[in-house]
Design a protein around this ligand. Structure first.
Ligand code: FMN
Length: 360
């Protein structure tokens, strides 16, 4: 049976993967308040459409970091696509290629940087900064060599958030999957150790830079010509610091509600950050986007593009490459429809004039 919306797809995906894997994908931190708010916060925002202003083919195209994109929709970096489908990240990359969508490959992928590039999609690489700068640089060089067009540095995970479902399930990677990009830096025994979620936590504690600072970011910008985007910004002061550095853009994100529970949702953080950034660098946003109107609201409030996390993986779990393609097409189509219904011919016209501001 085919699905009509992403909530239905989520219910289907739940039965297509191992229960513990589904929990790993679905879970948020602690009480999962931010996880729920991510979806709920969009529902509270009301649109105020213009009439007699619609266009049969609204122009949904954007340019981001000089890269032309048909829609302001990219694939978020999410770990371990092999949990959802045997094709893992290569499958997702094929879906990205088929839909002309940019994919951000996670450091924690089951497919290597080089293998995921084979699909020929427009690829960016999400980088965790390791204590060992050589490992960090090795990943950067691989991304450069294999044609990745940007580095997305995740700055909201100095440590792993507390995900109680994973702790309860003692979640671990099945034996046929590995953290492919790091396999050569861990001997088999270590990999075994790092297969459980608690070991994933140890991995974060031991291998990743738990004291990541602006100095590390400045160091990285001196090491590569690739544009660097910081993922996980929520505070306007951090956006200000990003503007003062050599950063090419930011992703407003709470990591899908998986890190600090009760932190602000991206859509609520957006207006204050947009007021500071004033179009001086691109703002990307993610978390809880399930409808075309969610994308429209994000753009109207000042984002240049959005990332989609879990729904892509649900699609992969449901029907592999075709399933992820369906998710992307669904969001593209709904976004286009919402532009038509709100009365907007191209993305540049989208502004907070379409958003109801409660003056009380
Ligand atoms: C299963 C899963 C794994 C994730 N892995 C990563 C990761 O490796 N690196 C990263 O920067 N963000 C990771 N994220 C966060 C996503 O990039 C993104 O911020 C989030 O999923 C967006 O919310 P959404 O799932 O509601 O669309 C992960 C999220 C999920 C659900």
């Amino acid at each position: 049976m085919s699905w009509l919306n992403l909530y239905e797809l989520e219910a289907i995906a739940k039965h297509k993967v191992e229960a513990t894997a589904f929990d790993y994908i679905a879970s948020g931190a602690n009480d999962e308040i931010t996880l729920r708010n991510n979806v709920e916060s969009y529902k509270k925002i009301q649109l105020v459409p213009r009439r007699l202003a619609s266009n049969k083919q609204p122009n949904t195209a954007i340019e981001l970091l000089g890269q032309k994109m048909d829609y302001p929709i990219l694939i978020a970096p999410t770990a371990f696509h092999g949990l959802s489908h045997k094709d893992a990240e290569l499958g997702t990359a094929h879906a990205a290629k088929k839909t002309n969508t940019t994919m951000i490959l996670s450091t924690l992928s089951n497919t290597t940087i080089e293998d995921a590039s084979v699909a020929g999609a427009n690829m960016w690489f999400q980088l965790y900064i390791f204590n060992n700068r050589e490992i960090t640089l090795e990943l950067v060089r691989k991304a450069e060599e294999h044609g990745y067009k940007a580095l997305v540095i995740t700055v909201d995970a100095p440590i792993l958030g507390k995900r109680e479902r994973d702790i309860r399930n003692q979640f671990h990677l099945p034996s046929h999957l590995s953290i492919a990009n790091l396999a050569m830096h861990m001997d088999a025994a270590q990999l075994d150790e790092h297969k459980s979620a608690s070991s994933l936590e140890i991995f974060f504690q031991e291998q990743l830079n738990n004291e990541l600072s602006w100095d590390d970011i400045h160091w990285l910008t001196s090491q590569t010509n690739l544009p660097i985007i910081l993922k996980g910004i929520l505070h306007p002061e951090d956006a200000k610091l990003a503007l003062q550095s050599k950063i090419a853009g930011i992703v407003i994100s709470n990591h899908g509600g998986r890190q600090l529970d009760t932190e602000i949702t991206s859509i609520d953080a957006l207006p204050a950050i947009a007021a500071i950034v004033k179009e001086k660098m691109p703002i990307i946003l993610d978390g809880g986007i399930r409808r075309g109107t969610d994308i429209l609201k994000a753009i109207a409030l000042g984002a240049n593009a959005v990332l989609i996390g879990r729904p892509i993986v649900w699609g992969l779990a449901d029907e592999g490459i075709d399933g992820s393609i369906k998710v992307i097409n669904f969001l593209q189509e709904e976004f286009k429809q919402s532009m038509q219904l709100v009365g907007c011919k191209n993305i540049k016209e989208l502004s907070n004039e379409f958003i109801y501001q409660d003056s009380n």
